[in-house]
Design a protein around this ligand. Sequence first.
Ligand SMILES: C[S@@+](CC[C@H](N)C(=O)[O-])C[C@H]1O[C@@H](n2cnc3c(N)ncnc32)[C@H](O)[C@@H]1O
Length: 230
Amino acid sequence: MSNQMEMAAAAEFDQWATNGRAESMADGHRDATEQILDRWKLTDEDRVLDVGCGNGWAVRWMLERGAGGGSGVDISPEMVARAQQLTAADMPASFAVSPGERLPFGDQHFSAVLSVESLYYYPDPAAALVEWARVSRPGGRLGIMVDLFAENPAGPVWKDALDVEVHLLSEADFKAMATAAGWKDVQTFRVIDRRPVKTEAEFTPSKWYPTYAIYVGYREAGSLGITARR
Ligand SMILES: C[S@@+](CC[C@H](N)C(=O)[O-])C[C@H]1O[C@@H](n2cnc3c(N)ncnc32)[C@H](O)[C@@H]1O
């Protein structure tokens, strides 16, 4: 690992993997991600990759929905260990410790690349999008979900509250980077989590949501989805 940001993310997410946050984070990301993945019809021919896979839930999800093989990579060794523990031995899945910008796969290896709430932690998100294009087959799909982006009113709050450095990118930034990386038909859109929004009485302020208005603003902004074709 060559970069300060990568080392900091690995150390931070090693802690998250061992204190239960890998699972709470997966639960929090599931609904919005599934609304993006529901656009994909996966078949036995598909070889899918999840970059920044955390506990591997999305790789297992894609295999359960028909993909013939799946891989997950993450910068955090403890996240990769968690993904391996949670994945049945007979699933056609593999997990590896790797930075998202330097993947241990040959050219045109995958038919779909997914990344959930991960890209803004990378030292160079634009370089990661070029690397993901390298490992994608012609016509392969790209799916990205992020909650931390400039148009989300909670984005700047989270950037300050996180113990690691992140990029606060706008919807237009993501679109421009994916297009410059060679992805075609780049679409950006919002996905609204279908879980109920808390009432003010149910809401407890935290460093992530210091006020109820920030919480509601985040829920109304939705998650940012980005899809494209190689
Ligand atoms: C917010 S978590 C999301 C995990 C998972 N995608 C999910 O939805 O549960 C971000 C993940 O990105 C990983 N990550 C951060 N920087 C990375 C990098 N440079 N390369 C690969 N993975 C990275 C972290 O270790 C962490 O597991």
